[in-house]
Design a protein around this ligand. Structure first.
Ligand code: 26Q
Length: 814
């Protein structure tokens, strides 16, 4: 039998048309003349998939042959964004596809708009995972991304009378052309039950006797490198009922019970938890975590490694990178496999395990640190709980040996804590087990070591490192901003797409009048494209040649959308009370995008406030042409790709010491927006790189924040002593934005006046000054363009390719 190698269809317009029609006709059973846009989109996606397939098989074969060390990226979230555009770019088939569709009488842009993005993440952490797998594929580095195929991703946000209402995200309902199910590689995952000891020769061993199980069904997604012939794998797991489980019940004659059991199993991957901080200790969430991690470890050992592979070599073949603590249960799982199933000695197993994992922390907020109650863990994963205890005992014994008579220290480092309830601190487990621990920006890594895990960084100083986040220039510059990309390519050639440091060569162009003009034209084109989209998508009418001021990110008190709204209200108040000469005002359009966690009450009140302020401002003739506000619902990756390239001003205004890194900040700077920002997260590094003259910095520094907190912060004193601030808050409280209802915004107003945990009032004056500096700078368009171009030229550092090089040299190859 001749085994012909899998080959891609010919990369010609003709070849593409043939493949497309074959997909549509024989793949889907639809005639072109009778097909819907969705039929056409699906056929197009499957066509592009065919071009990738040969490369994917070749990548997998090559990997098996070379046995190169791989990265196993373990993440509960991947916020991928639309796939088609990226796949066309990676394969360089964009032009061919466009012509091929035209030959069929179809419009590629229309078909691309049909794709529903997989929103399998909440925000920054999930999008970071998607950028990282893109970079690894582009750099030809072996990586398998492991995660969860949620049936419902992040909810769809709608506004009803200005309030957020959530709708389920039915991303799979129109068909999903990018995922390949592999039922033959399904994995069983056990839960519950108890443990028991037994004699095995002359050793006593423990075994886990679980009480129920589910099946993990893998779906493969292709992760194409940028025009390099490489296609890595993203493997997302879907939960299914096991046959044995429901057969037994079926045979007992209880059909309804059997169906219920099936639903129970499939619940595990039903929906993404939409909280991205203050995690509730929900049992289903722990089930999700263990489910995907157990599937992934098993898959890597049994499917990815060659048969007969010696597990002692595992650390030479993989690093499992833990994307926050969500997958940390992988640590006791690997220990369980080695000790219980392979019957290794504890020390031998621990030596291998601790060389297989590294941990990335993404927060500083104490309430965002995951903690699992011992009774819950013990009920769901009794053997894992025992193993965690044993890891902790061995670790604390070591601590006590190194620091005798320092019980306070040992207790402060214990993985298991008794207060407020007996529970497991997952960040501590990850730190003890990981060979490295990293924060996601320089400032964050410093604070992580000094404030969150001080005892551990003292104990293992060499374990702690920083890797500043990055973003993929393919999606967020090349794809999202074709006009600026063309300008850059005209100046530098195409190499910058995979070598973003080359943007530095743009620096002299900031002095070039023609280049600046072309740069402004590109920005204008992006604004018009955005306004057309918002008109069609949301019925939002924006007009005029305004400064476009954008704040897009999850809604959180610490990110301080309220500070932004106070500034807007203040501008409005000054105009309507004729405190400013209207002709001196820089016309400004402010765009918000933000989802609130459904259970986060105050965040939802802030959304309501933004919408109501927008309604009032946008319909008040006194400010017409000077100030307008847009808050399109359901901010997601697809909208980000249109919004970010259009922005003039990027709002990065979190309280210093709270935002671990931010990655939106990087996307804006790379697209030539100037940042107004605090000294927080990666803003610090952006400011250093672009220079103080090209950055609008304001607000307290982290040490100043700490000092103010320690001295007893009183927001009321700022309200009393700053008339501009008082006027803004009073206007909100007066009912001016709520048809006279003085209670409408009471939760937000009283929180600001009496609590203000994130010190918005303390930074208000400084923020307003910085905004005035923005207006002055924007008045000189030539000078502004220079600053904007310098932002692009000096932020190549924030490519996620660079982040990957840092992970390689500091963690994966360390
Ligand atoms: C945990 C347990 C239970 C339920 C939900 C969660 C959960 C889910 C998502 C906790 C946190 C998240 C997401 C956190 C996140 O997105 N953090 C952001 O990570 C970015 C990438 O490093 C940073 O740039 C941001 O600063 C950080 O806020």
């Amino acid at each position: 039998l001749a085994l012909a190698p899998v080959t891609a269809p010919p990369a010609t317009v003709d070849g593409f048309v043939k493949e497309f029609l074959r997909e549509l006709n024989t793949g889907q059973g639809v005639a072109l003349s009778r097909s819907t846009v969705n039929d056409q989109y699906l056929a197009l996606a499957r066509t592009v998939r065919h071009y990738l397939m040969a490369r994917w098989l070749e990548t997998t074969r090559h990997q098996r042959e070379t046995k190169e060390k791989a990265v196993g990226y373990l993440s509960a979230e991947y916020l991928l964004g639309r796939q088609l555009g990226n796949a066309l770019l990676a394969t360089d088939l964009g032009e061919i596809a466009e012509k091929a569709m035209a030959a069929c009488g179809l419009d590629l842009v229309t078909l691309r708009a049909q794709e529903v993005e997989p929103g399998l993440g909440n925000g920054g952490l999930g999008r970071l995972a998607a950028c990282f797998v893109d970079s690894l594929a582009t750099m030809s580095i072996p990586c398998i991304g492991y995660g969860i195929r949620y049936e419902y991703g992040i909810f769809k946000q709608t506004f009803v009378d200005g309030r957020q209402v959530e709708q389920p995200d039915t991303w799979l309902s129109l068909g999903e052309p990018w995922g390949f199910p592999h039922p033959e590689a399904a994995v069983q995952v056990d839960f519950g039950g108890y443990t028991e000891t037994y004699r095995d020769g002359d050793v006593e061993r423990t075994r886990w006797v679980p009480s129920w199980n589910v099946l993990g069904l893998p779906y493969n997604y292709m992760v194409p490198g940028y025009q390099n012939g490489r296609v890595n794998t993203l493997r997302l797991w879907s939960a299914q009922a096991t046959k044995a489980f429901d057969l037994a019940i079926f045979n007992a004659g209880d059909y309804a019970e059997a169906v219920r059991a099936q639903t129970f199993a499939e619940n595990i991957t039903k929906v993404l938890y939409p909280e991205d901080s203050t995690p509730q200790g929900k049992e289903l969430r722990l089930q999700q975590q263990y489910f995907f991690v157990a599937c992934s470890i098993r898959d890597f050992i049994n499917q990815v490694m060659e048969p007969g592979f010696d597990l002692h070599d595992l650390p030479e073949r993989v690093t499992f990178q833990l994307n926050d603590t969500h997958p940390v249960i992988a640590v006791p799982e690997l220990m369980r496999i080695l000790v219980d199933e392979h019957k290794w000695e504890w020390d031998e197993a621990w030596d291998v395990t601790k060389r297989c994992f590294a941990y990335t922390c993404h927060t500083l907020l104490p309430e965002a640190l995951e903690v699992w109650p011992v009774d819950l863990l013990g009920r769901l994963l009794p053997r894992h709980l025992e193993i965690i205890y044993q890891i902790n005992d061995a670790f604390l014994a070591e601590v006590r040996e190194r620091f005798p008579n320092d019980e306070l220290r040992a207790r402060s480092m214990s993985i298991v804590t008794d207060y407020p309830d007996r529970s497991v601190r997952m960040a501590y487990l990850a730190t003890v087990a990981g060979m490295k621990v990293n924060g996601v920006a320089a400032l964050h890594s410093q604070l992580l070591a000094d404030k969150v895990l001080p005892a551990f960084s003292e104990y293992w100083p060499e374990k702690f490192t920083n890797v500043t986040n990055g973003v993929t220039p393919r999606r967020f510059l090349r794809l999202a901003n074709p006009w600026l990309s063309q300008l850059i390519t005209d100046a530098l050639g195409v190499g910058w797409v995979t070598d973003l440091d080359r943007l530095a060569e743009l620096e002299p162009y900031a002095q070039d009048e023609d280049f600046r003009k072309a740069f402004r034209e590109a920005k204008q084109t992006n604004k018009e494209r955005l306004y057309a989209l918002l008109r069609a998508r949301d019925g939002i009418e924006l007009s005029g040649d305004h400064l476009l001021d954008v704040m897009v990110k999850r809604l959180h008190e610490y990110k301080r959308q309220t500070l932004k709204i106070l500034h807007i209200v203040s501008l409005y108040e000054q105009i309507i009370h004729e405190r400013v000469d209207p002709t001196t005002i820089t016309p400004r359009t402010v765009v918000f995008g933000a989802k609130a966690a459904p259970g986060y009450r105050l965040a939802k009140e802030i959304i309501y406030l933004i919408n109501k302020v927008g309604e009032t401002v946008n319909t008040d003739p006194r400010v017409a042409g000077r100030l307008q506000i847009a808050f399109p619902a359901n901010y997601n990756v697809t909208l980000a790709e249109k919004l970010i390239p259009a922005a003039d001003l990027s709002e990065q205004i979190s309280l210093a010491g709270m935002e671990a890194s931010g990655t939106g900040n990087m996307k804006f700077a790379l697209n030539g927006a100037l940042t107004i920002g605090t000294d927080d997260g990666a803003n610090v590094e952006i400011r250093q790189l672009v220079g103080d003259d090209n950055f609008f910095g304001f607000g307290m520094t982290e040490p100043e924040v700490a000092a103010l907190g320690a001295s007893g912060y009183q927001p009321g004193s700022y309200y009393e002593s700053n008339p501009q601030l008082k006027a803004a808050i009073d206007l909100i409280a007066s009912g001016a934005f709520s048809g006279g209802d003085r209670n409408a915004f009471e939760p937000v107003v009283s929180n600001l006046l009496y609590h203000d945990r994130f010190m918005a009032l303390a930074d208000f004056a400084s923020y307003v000054d910085a905004q005035a500096a923005v207006e002055a700078a924007y008045a000189d368009q030539e000078a502004w363009s220079k600053m904007a171009i310098l932002n692009v030229a000096r932020t190549g550092f924030f490519s996620s390719d660079r982040s990957m090089r840092d992970y390689l040299s500091r963690i994966w190859r360390a």
